[in-house]
Design a protein around this ligand. Structure first.
Ligand SMILES: [Zn+2]
Length: 201
């Protein structure tokens, strides 16, 4: 385990030294054991279209540093993060807003989403060895009240899972929760990062 941690350290230091916090980095280069279930790289999302041509997740370095701290903490408990979506090109935001023009769930592309700045991430907790996702009460991108942190008509287990996830993201990672979606977290310093339209290839 110690050797694995050292390996992460050796990989991550050169990249972190040269890159600004607002620059996009490939998440797995810095967190090799993070799990991905990039829904927009498949048709299994609310648009029913494959929006990304690659299965690679990018985020700003600032946000990835926060996730590294969360993943370090989860790893010790036999758990892992699993990411549904990270950086999203602004052109994709226009497409999503056309399909679902509801700013509670899809940010208006005119002002841009924090996903377009690489400073928002949609994710959950899974068992590190089996990949089984924790029960959070709804699927990712369930656009209804049941997905909100303030909705409490859920089983004690689901409420406990959401609370644990929120506490590790906020207290360990420095992220801010978004009430309407249990899966969405903002990296506060990233609010001023530039809106990007870099296309993943
Ligand atoms: Zn999101």
């Amino acid at each position: 385990m110690k050797r694995l941690a050292l390996l992460f350290f050796l990989f991550s230091v050169p990249l972190m030294a040269q890159t600004g916090n607002d620059e996009l980095v490939e998440v797995r280069e810095l967190i090799p054991d993070v799990r991905l279930d990039l829904r927009y790289a498949t048709a299994n999302n609310f648009t029913h279209q494959k929006l990304f041509s690659t299965n690679v997740c990018y985020l700003s370095l600032g946000a990835v540093k926060g996730l590294m701290a969360v993943q370090d903490s989860l790893r010790r408990a036999g758990l892992s993060l699993m990411i549904f979506d990270g950086y999203r090109p602004r052109a994709i935001q226009y497409l999503m807003f056309e399909i679902l023009p509801n700013p509670v769930y899809v940010a208006d592309p005119a002002s841009g989403s924090k996903h377009n700045r690489g400073s928002a991430v949609d994710l959950t907790i899974v068992d590190a060895s089996t990949g089984a996702a924790w029960d959070m009460g709804t699927d990712f991108d369930f656009f209804g009240n049941e997905a909100a942190h303030s909705y409490t008509n859920l089983s004690a287990k689901v409420l406990q899972n959401r609370q644990y996830f929120k506490s590790v993201m906020v207290n360990v990672g420095g992220f801010a929760a978004y009430d309407a979606e249990w899966w969405h977290y903002d990296y506060p310093a990233g609010a001023s990062y530039p809106l990007l339209d870099f296309q993943m290839k």
